[in-house]
Each structure stands twice: as structure tokens, then as C-alpha cells.
Design a protein around this ligand. Structure first.
Ligand code: AMP
Ligand code: MG
Length: 267
């Protein structure tokens, strides 16, 4: 199912054409999907334990979205049931002075996952081609160089054994407006609101243009993008969870065998 949302390499996507709403076949299926999600969370818990026990594979999950797009909610829901020792989250905000003094991949590379570990990026080096592009912090020529550098960087990670999964949580402009209004209305959500939410809303079409370009240039065989219809949380969670579980399944992991005869262990 999630494969229908994958972006083929060298394919020019248009986010206006990509649906943010639940696809027709799944509309009205919320109750059924919620049950399926519980099963997927259980699968994920088991696979993550195997990944950790085996200590061989590394998984990097990159989440990008417009403000209010649901990155935090996805992490909370999809990974809510796994052993916290095996999964980490790194958020990437406005770069610090020290980060700005380095190349833009410097702060990212040090957080890529080690063996047996899952790392989730809440924002990523894609801010350095999208937000940085929208705000004209570097010339377009530098942006074009960065697409290639990012592809090379991610290929290196893949060749070194890191599985890289990239999700763009795609919400509609109307849904963002609704979510911003909700943040303003609910005192428990005030802390989430910043003026940058409004700026991104006002510059929606410019952000879409930079996202389209970035996703089209960097969806590769070794690190493909999945554009997740994200107006409804349950469908968004389903796509992300199913994709991750299917990738973990493909690892065909086994618990490592004991290297000695258990009968010969004496107390
Ligand atoms: P939040 O995720 O809501 O805490 O917001 C983090 C903010 O940092 C967002 O407005 C991002 O666009 C911004 N940000 C993240 N990375 C960069 C970057 N490399 N350059 C400029 N702004 C960035
Ligand atoms: Mg924010």
C-alpha cells in the first residue's frame, strides 16, 4: 500500500497533484485501519528488538513536513510501543553559530545510526535545501549543488549499510490553517505555536515549489521519498508504520545463536 506513495527516481513530482487526503479506497476505513495499526505497532516492537539483538542493521528515518504537518505525532504514535533504548530522535532546528561555521551535513552526519540502532530525524538536511531556499539564504546555484551532494551522502550511507527511508508528510494548506487555529485555541497547544507557522502558511506555494524540486531531485533507488497523504493522522500513521515494518521484514533477521552449549553452563 505505502509503495503507491513512493517517488520514482528522476520523476518530477507536483505536490498539487499529490493528494493530502485519504485515498478513495481507504475512506471510511478508520476503525479497521486503527486495528491494523495496533498490529503494526506490535510488529515494530518485535522487529526493533531483533534489530538490536542482532546488532547488524542500521535504520535512518527522515521526517519532513510543513509546520503542523504531524512529525511529532507520527513519532509518538508509530514508535510509542518500542523499547526506548533502541530508538533515538534528533530534531534539527535553526542552526547554531557553531553549526553554521561548518558544512551543512556536519551536524547531520554525527547523528546517523550505529549498528542495531534506529534513528529518527525530525527535520534534516532537507531544511538546507527547502527552508534555506525559500529564505534565499544561499544562491540557487548552491542549492543545485546540494541536491547532488545529498544524493552522494545518502548513497555513501546506503553503501555503508544504513537503510534510509524518507517521508514527506503532505498536508493541505486548508488543513494547516485548521491545525494552526487549533494551536491558538487550545491552551495545551500554545507552546507549539510560533510565528514561523504563520510565515510558512503565508508562503505556502513557495515552500511547495522548493519541496517539489528537492523531492524530485533526491528520490533515489538507495534513498527514496515517500509522499504521505497526511491530512488524516490515522492514514498517515498507517503509511509510515507499514513502510518501516516492511523494510524491517526484508532484513530477514534472526536472533543470534548462543556461542556455547547452554547445557554446559554450570551454576
Ligand atoms: P520546530 O521543528 O517547530 O522546532 O522548528 C524548527 C525551525 O527550524 C523550523 O522553522 C525550521 O524551518 C528551522 N530550521 C531547521 N533547519 C534549518 C536550517 N538548516 N536553516 C534554517 N532554518 C532551519
Ligand atoms: Mg514548529
Amino acid at each position: 500500500m505505502w509503495t503507491s506513495h513512493l517517488v520514482k527516481p528522476d520523476h518530477n513530482i507536483r505536490l498539487m497533484d499529490a493528494k493530502a487526503d485519504v485515498p478513495k479506497d481507504y475512506q471510511g476505513a478508520k476503525a479497521e485501519i486503527s486495528k491494523r495499526l495496533e498490529g503494526l505497532r506490535e510488529d515494530l516492537r518485535g522487529y526493533q528488538e531483533l534489530l538490536s539483538a542482532q546488532g547488524k542493521h542500521r535504520l535512518l528515518i527522515i521526517l519532513q513536513a510543513m509546520d503542523t504537518g504531524g512529525k511529532d505525532g507520527t513519532i509518538r504514535y508509530v514508535f510509542g510501543g518500542v523499547n526506548p533504548q533502541g530508538v533515538s530522535v534528533t530534531r534539527f532546528g535553526v542552526p547554531s553559530q557553531e553549526e553554521l561555521a561548518h558544512d551543512y551535513l556536519w551536524r547531520v552526519h554525527q547523528h546517523t545510526p550505529g549498528k542495531g540502532h534506529v534513528m529518527i530525524f525530525n527535520r534534516s538536511h532537507y531544511e538546507d535545501v527547502v527552508t534555506v531556499g525559500v529564505k534565499k539564504l544561499v544562491p540557487d546555484k548552491v542549492l543545485r549543488q546540494r541536491y547532488q551532494q545529498i544524493n552522494d551522502f545518502e548513497r555513501m550511507l546506503a553503501e555503508e549499510g544504513v537503510t534510509v527511508l524518507k517521508f514527506f508528510l503532505h498536508i493541505s494548506k486548508e488543513e494547516q490553517k485548521r491545525r494552526i487555529q487549533e494551536r491558538l485555541k487550545d491552551p495545551k497547544k500554545h507552546w507549539k505555536f510560533t510565528l514561523s507557522d504563520m510565515q510558512s502558511h503565508k508562503r505556502w506555494s513557495v515552500y511547495m515549489k522548493y519541496y517539489e524540486e528537492a523531492i524530485s531531485r533526491t528520490s533515489t533507488a538507495w534513498a527514496p521519498w515517500c509522499i504521505v497523504p497526511a491530512d488524516k493522522n490515522w492514514y498517515r500513521n498507517l503509511v509510515v508504520a507499514e513502510s518501516i515494518v516492511d523494510h524491517l521484514k526484508q532484513f530477514k533477521m534472526r536472533y543470534p545463536k548462543l556461542k556455547l552449549n547452554p547445557n554446559k553452563v554450570s551454576f
